[in-house]
Design a protein around this ligand. Sequence first.
Ligand code: NAP
Length: 555
Amino acid sequence: MPTDPIPGEPLYDVLVVGAGFSGLYMLHRLRSMGLRALVLERGSAVGGTWYWNRYPGARCDVESVDYCYSFSDDLLREWTWAERYPPQQEILRYLEHVADRFDLKRDIRFGTTVTAASYHENAARWVLLTDDGHALQARFCVMATGNLSMTKPPDIPGLDRFEGEWFHTGHWPHRPVDLKNRRVAVVGTGSSGIQVITTIAPDVARIYVLQRTPNYSMPAWNRPLAPSELAATVAHYPARREACRESDAGIPLPSPTRKAVEVTAEERRRRYEEGWRRGGVPALSFAFSDMFTSEESNRYAQDFAREKITTLVEDPAVARRLSPVHHIGTKRTCVDTGYFETYNRSNVELIDLRTQPIDRISATGIRVGDRHIPLDVIVFAVGFDAITGALTAIDIQGRGGVPLRAKWSTGPRTLLGVQTAGFPNLFMVTGPGSPSVLSNMVISIEQHVDWIADCIAHLRRCGADTIEPTAEAEDRWTAQVDALAAATLYPQANSWYVGANIPGKPRTFSVYVGGCGAYRDECRRVVAEGYRGFRISRQDSAGGPPSPAAIRAAG
Ligand code: NAP
């Protein structure tokens, strides 16, 4: 008989880690299937990344009407998005509303960090340990831990001696932070840094931007959403959402069909200008189909973006220092509202760390080369241990006590980005090997949550207890994800996509670049073929594993 790893403790059907977009919808789905589920969340409220990233200017760069759930028509109709791109506060209010509307909070344990998760093979159960010393058990565990939720700590010597205040954008305090008339340094010029810099520049006494790598940034052209425009979108929402699901990036734009290298210079400019006027991350990347596969095509788009910087920044020397040289899009393209123009202000100074690296932080400021910059506040916009960081932060141990950290020591390996071999009944929402960060996250989250919920329902129908990928199927999928990426320019940049920002992290490009639509098709095919590549088993040996026919019939 199976042994109970923690006798007397309730047995959940599913434990979910994280109460962001993924965890909330996962809980809703599991509850509607009649399952006993509990969500464990380290924050004191729902929201995930939007709970923590409350820095000045934090805003999503996917349009609000696409960056929301589609599972409930009523929810869609009753929520009014105020702007084209939603600010952090509005997304948080939306997620609070979702949690209340679907009565989710009663099954969420807030202020609870999961420190370990281990699989107990005899009982086919997961046991999760929390930072307050509790152990919980369940048949299934879903890691809804997010791709950009584990902050990269500032690694500049001397920070412990700094007598001013310092903040990480990804862990911004919940109390008001007054930056008015203060001398502020911002370290980092990714999406977070660009938003902070643009937002605080008018208020602070002086802002020093410590830039190591300049980034491409596209105009947001953010604006209020007129009620009539929102109503028109909602009226045709099913078609818009379907277009997102079947698209490459989870947004309702048709994929380009023409190559930049095949058209005239005039046609290229026309398409780039059109994209620039539309704005957003896809401004240039949706102009031509070969942007991520052809150096030449990518260079055309780079040249256009650099030219725009020279028109926006008055001082040519500053414009030069702000001009990126990497392949556009291979580090996440940023979206801004007046970022480059911010450098025309007299209280903004750009410090190029490529010519003068940071020496150290002192009690009163930062030393760059032989210059000391006196500061009241340092803002670290230095990013995240992305994609795998939140998973490997938990001591996850699978079959035979094998740690996930050891299994992934040379890079993550998964089947479809939802499961990894040797860790039965452990699911990841938007895990490595899925489109995740190269897509509109909410589109990918809904698809993964539905896939996982349907999978659990399927196991119940066919009387099975466990599911995990076979090693062979996982090898094939990991190789396919690698091969797709290798055919693009993505792996060439020193980006967080490849883990280059975290010392010692294995360099792998573990995002499926084939697009949301193609990925979705593959997920559907796997299910239609009886969960091809997954091993489905019954725990009670007397029952034996369900036959392939039973698995297909249950589907
Ligand atoms: P990021 O893109 O990783 O940017 C981190 C920045 O910090 C880079 O400029 C990096 O320079 C710099 N940096 C790191 N360590 C440093 C050091 N020791 N000294 C000097 N500079 C250092 O992080 P992020 O801006 O937080 O954005 C991460 C991702 O979150 C984005 O790409 C995006 O996907 C998402 N995000 C989205 C939004 C939005 O929707 N608008 C907003 C914020 C974040 P190097 O490049 O040289 O390493």
